[in-house]
Design a protein around this ligand. Structure first.
Ligand code: ADP
Length: 390
């Protein structure tokens, strides 16, 4: 008995071939050289500008990179042009001679040629040409590499980045110097207001006392703000000194340091087992201190704050979380609170300068991490930050 396979082999194969022929994706218009889909894909995705033109220079095809380079809105628009429209007049004769040679089968070395874009800009491109058959007719396929403007772009981006870095450094110097130099007059204002109060206070009426107190209070606040501004601007100057840090110990130390405000404010701080990370210990301590102090400070009145510090490893990063059950933050302010001096409460209701989170953000970003918050008003907040695993 004939094996079952042989009986059906031929009809199945025939059907399969016919099916493939019938359902083959028709070559999109216009026909590409040799009508090969792989070839077509290669050309369409090439980052080089590729143009096919007839022996008289009429453009027959331009790939997407060529349309982008020249500024054509469509292939139809490109096909209205001749390759000579893109060349400076003085290059026409040489180009015609090269076309003739290529059509005769010569291989010419790549040349650097100026070309005009549709917006009138003139750029230099590296050009290679070879002969192809296009719709059965001899044609020229040109590859153009815009390496010069790309190199120029990279150069100008580099220059811009350097300029930005310099301007940034200058601004930081200015804010550091301003913050530092303003401290002295502010200190004098506070000192003399206090001396006035102490030495001449007996002869003042209630209103004068109040004025003096306001001067002192504002002066002290200004002093605090300047201190934090100076700390913030110094951060980028601080050279990162990374070490292996056991964050269990670091968090214990931070909690120990802020022990007294905690006992005054009733907070319970727990932590999971935390990892060893590679970071600058001085700076990382500041981040934990800011986040834990905030979790304590923004607790709900009359309730012991429950704070938890934890970490998990995710996608080659450590993700630390400091969660609290405090007053929470409206989602409208999630971005705002990380900006310098932005706070959601008056200093009378919650003390602070609004710099803690911006300082923390700058530190974490310098370590290549991110910081963000999840929160719901009246429910609590979770501050997350990541550190790359090194
Ligand atoms: P500061 O604590 O000095 O005000 P921060 O930059 O540390 O400055 O915080 C900015 C603001 O973000 C705070 O004023 C507060 O409104 C909000 N915030 C920060 N942490 C918390 C938190 N754990 N719970 C509720 N609000 C918070």
């Amino acid at each position: 008995m004939k094996p079952y396979r042989c009986v059906y082999e031929r009809p199945i194969l025939t059907l399969a071939v016919r099916f493939m022929q019938d359902t083959r994706i028709p070559p999109s218009q216009p026909n590409y050289p040799e009508n090969e889909l792989n070839y077509q894909a290669l050309i369409e995705h090439s980052s080089d500008a590729i143009i096919v033109h007839d022996p008289q220079g009429k453009i027959l095809y331009a790939n997407p990179a060529a349309l982008t380079l020249f500024g054509d809105t469509s292939l139809e628009e490109a096909r209205k042009n001749s390759i000579f429209n893109h060349l400076p007049k003085e290059f026409t004769k040489g180009a015609r001679e090269s076309i003739q040679k290529v059509l005769e089968g010569a291989t010419l070395p790549p040349v650097i040629s100026p070309v005009y874009l549709l917006n009138g800009d003139r750029i230099e491109v590296e050009v290679r040409a070879n002969r192809v058959d296009f719709d059965g007719q001899p044609a020229i396929q040109i590859h153009m590499r815009d390496s010069f403007s790309r190199a120029k772009l990279i150069e100008s981006l580099k220059r811009q980045a350097e300029d930005l870095k310099r301007i940034n450094e200058e601004l930081e110097d200015i804010s550091h110097i301003a913050a530092h130099d303003l401290q002295e007059p502010v200190r004098m204002i506070v000192t003399f207001a206090q001396r006035l109060e102490q030495e001449k206070g007996a002869s003042f009426d209630a209103e004068s006392h109040r004025y003096l107190q306001t001067i002192t209070k504002s002066g002290l606040r200004m002093h605090q703000l300047l201190n934090d501004l100076s700390r913030y601007s110094r951060l980028n100057m601080h050279e990162l000194r990374k070490e292996d840090i056991d964050t269990n110990i670091l968090v214990e130390q931070v909690v120990g340091m802020i022990h007294s405000p905690i006992s005054g404010m009733e907070a319970r701080i727990t932590r999971n087992s935390l990892p060893v990370v590679r970071a600058d210990p001085t700076l990382l301590r500041i981040v934990f201190q800011n986040l834990i102090e905030n979790a304590i400070k923004f607790h709900r009145p009359g309730k012991e704050a429950q704070i938890e510090v934890s970490a998990k490893s995710l996608n080659a990063e450590w993700n630390f979380s400091i969660s609290d059950d405090g007053i929470g933050i409206s989602p409208n302010y999630f971005g705002k609170i990380f900006k310098p001096f932005e706070r959601l409460h008056s200093p009378d209701s919650y003390p602070g300068t609004g710099m803690g989170l911006s300082i923390s953000k700058r530190i974490i970003e310098r370590h290549g991490g991110r910081i963000w918050v999840e929160s719901e008003e009246e429910k609590g907040s979770i501050f997350h930050f990541t550190l790359p695993v090194e």
